[in-house]
Design a protein around this ligand. Structure first.
Ligand code: HEC
Length: 169
């Protein structure tokens, strides 16, 4: 092989190698995002963060997935609104997401479920939500206990609770 031919074959093989590497990486990214999609469904994020998800048994177009809700949850903690996760992830780095979602949040957000997920699962959810892209408006700001609520809301006030002493038995 003369020098030019050798050079050509080197350039060609490195091009083939790097294109297969990036194809493999792209495939890995797609698989991770797909896993994030699956985890968000299976761990129930849509139930609160996607409007109309429960009412339609999950039949909500992708465009509205995880865009938050204007329907509040009113309880002893005040009134809270499932945030628009598609906007939320845009403002957070992956590292900040991992740190934040393991910290306490107000009810009925099941933050302790996220606390007990492993990093890989939490990152997959983050990457999936980011891949969906930013859409929609921010959810209303939480209302403090005892303050008037002007949005629709669901009453989450516990009723007919057994007395403390009985509950412990
Ligand atoms: C039962 C309803 C419910 C479910 C299920 C739920 N969330 Fe939430 N989420 C909320 C509410 C309500 C808030 C607002 C809490 C507040 O204002 O303190 C919230 C807030 C959040 C926040 C914002 C935290 C911040 O910095 O203020 C993140 C992130 C989040 N949820 C992620 C998730 C993910 C991921 C899942 C699925 C694993 C999930 N949520 C499932 C109701 C829910």
């Amino acid at each position: 092989m003369n020098k030019t031919a050798l050079l050509y074959s080197l350039v060609l093989s490195s091009a083939i190698f790097s294109s297969t590497t990036s194809a493999t990486e792209a495939k890995k990214d797609r698989q991770e995002i797909e896993r994030g999609r699956y985890l968000a469904v299976a761990s129930g994020c849509h139930d609160c963060h996607t409007p109309g998800y429960g009412e339609t048994a999950g039949n909500v177009p992708r465009g509205q997935w995880l865009t938050g809700s204007i329907v509040g949850f009113k309880g002893p903690w005040g009134t809270t609104y499932p945030v628009n996760l598609r906007l939320y992830v845009q403002q957070k780095s992956e590292k900040d997401w991992l740190a934040r979602v393991r910290q306490p949040m107000r009810p009925p957000m099941p933050w302790f479920n996220l606390r007990d997920m492993n990093d890989a699962d939490l990152v997959a959810i983050y990457r999936f939500v980011r891949a969906l892209g930013p859409v929609g408006d921010a959810a209303p700001v939480a209302v403090a206990p005892g303050q008037p609520v002007t949005t629709p809301y669901i009453d989450f006030e516990p009723k007919n609770l057994p007395k403390q002493s009985q509950a412990k038995q």
